[in-house]
Design a protein. Structure first.
Lengths: 72, 371
């Protein structure tokens, strides 16, 4: 698969905003892609994150609020 | 009026009917998915947007067609229930109850009539939005992990239009509107107008014609198109555009749920926007952090800006509003962010006047006494 096709088809990392309680671990693990707002909730600047580090963030989220989605 | 769901989906697809609740998604696609998953139907007649009255209009004047449309969507299958959602105690809820329909009584809160909030309420939960990890038309799970049956939510006007398309045909439907936005559609005119009400009109008409029909107050300066999830426009902007998604998109807006609210020209528009935003701050469901803290902080930043207009104050509102889009389970924060950004754009001259100590509204009302 070419890099461009991969970027288009790869699922995005999403935040279940109701489940999220602002622990901020995602912003630490995904520095440069996820930052925290003034109240400590994540702002996802780049949802197309590499699979391995994304999976780690999904596993480490204490609120189980991160998930992969390929919905538009 | 008989026929298969395939026939109905074909007709809807040819007609190009899209959801009239605001999202403008293909009704054919939704009806197809609802059929494939045996989804229950919720007809949303809540008029959830600020100033919206068209669902009430459909129930009051086209109830027979509305019910026929609902039966068509479910294919008349008993195992696929049909419920009509309306705000508890409203005339619309009363009319639906009187007609012997299965009514979902919805608390009168802004987000309680949002699609996933209705699905939650229908399943015995609270009328609060749920995260849509996948569309609920395929079934899903609520926040506590309980199974949610496959459910499709369609706006009342949309369901009424389904019956019209089935009974009068796609060609009739397409004889209204534009190629991009076909069909007749309702628009509510409200606020500082002599003749408030609902117009059965179509995309492409000059907004000035709709406004003239409602007779806005003399000297009106601003209107909100789309309520709390919409945009503020100057009178010149509003009068210069056609009722199309493309024209409204130039100002960051959309035809949305079809609400045009003319603001009272005798009242400072900064104060009117403050009222909108303070109302919004009290309507967050308090579930998503970016919304429960973000929406009140936009309202608070706006209130500070109006008290002491400054460049820095403008930046603070812009920054707070800019944090809202795409960060809630539902689109409520997106709408508030859009509304606040439009208010900043449109009211910049008004803010500048306040900064130099005068309010243009008061000045003009002093010069020209209000009748």
């Amino acid at each position: 698969m070419s890099p461009t096709a991969d970027a288009r088809t790869r699922p995005e990392l999403r935040v279940d905003r109701i489940a999220c309680t602002g622990h901020g671990i995602c912003a630490t693990l995904l520095e440069g892609r996820v930052r925290l707002d003034p109240q400590g909730y994540p702002v996802v600047d780049e949802p197309r994150v590499p699979r391995d580090v994304g999976d780690l963030a999904v596993r480490m989220c204490p609120a189980r609020a991160l998930y992969w989605s390929d919905r538009p | 009026m008989t026929g298969t769901v395939d026939d109905l989906v074909g007709l809807l697809d040819t007609a190009g009917l899209t959801g009239r609740g605001g999202a403008a998604f293909s009704t054919a696609v939704k009806v197809r998915a609802a059929h494939d998953h045996g989804a229950h139907l919720l007809v949303n007649a809540c008029d959830g947007e600020v100033g919206a009255v068209k669902d009430a209009h459909v129930v009051a004047h086209h109830l027979d067609e509305l019910v026929r449309g609902a039966v068509l969507v479910t294919g008349g299958r008993r195992q696929r229930s049909v419920r009509f959602a309306a705000h508890r105690g409203s005339d619309t809820a009363l009319a639906l109850h009187r007609a012997g329909l299965d009514v979902l009584d919805v608390p009168d809160r802004y987000v309680s009539s949002e699609e996933t909030a209705l699905i939650s309420l229908a399943g015995g939960g609270l009328a609060r939005p749920m995260t849509k990890r996948r569309p609920f038309v395929t079934g899903g799970r609520d926040q506590a992990g309980r199974r949610v049956p496959a459910t499709v939510v369609l706006n009342a006007e949309t369901v009424w239009r389904v019956a019209q398309v089935a009974e009068r045909g796609p060609a009739w439907f397409r004889s209204f509107g534009t190629a991009a936005e076909p069909g007749p559609r309702l628009v509510a005119l409200t606020g500082a107008v002599d003749r408030p009400g609902v117009l059965d009109t179509e995309a492409g008409v000059p907004l000035a014609d709709l406004l003239d029909a409602a007779r806005p107050a003399h000297g009106w300066e601003h209107a909100v198109v789309g309520g709390l999830g919409g945009v503020l426009l100057t009178a010149d902007e509003a009068r210069g555009l056609h009722w199309t998604g493309a024209d409204l998109a130039r100002f960051g807006g959309s035809v949305g749920p079809g609400v045009v609210d003319v603001l009272d020209p005798a009242r400072c528009p900064l104060g009117t926007v403050t009222s909108f935003l303070l109302y919004a701050a009290g309507e967050t469901a308090g579930q998503c952090g970016p919304c429960m803290f973000g929406v009140p902080s936009v309202a608070e930043a706006w209130r500070r800006l109006v008290e002491t207009p400054s460049r820095q104050g403008v930046d603070e509102v812009r920054a707070a509003a800019g944090l809202l889009p795409g960060r809630g389970a539902c689109r409520f924060p997106d709408g508030v962010g859009r509304f606040a950004a439009s208010a900043l754009r449109v009211l910049e001259p008004h803010l500048a006047a306040h900064a130099s100590g005068t309010c243009p509204t008061r000045r003009s009302t002093h010069r020209v006494p209000h009748r």
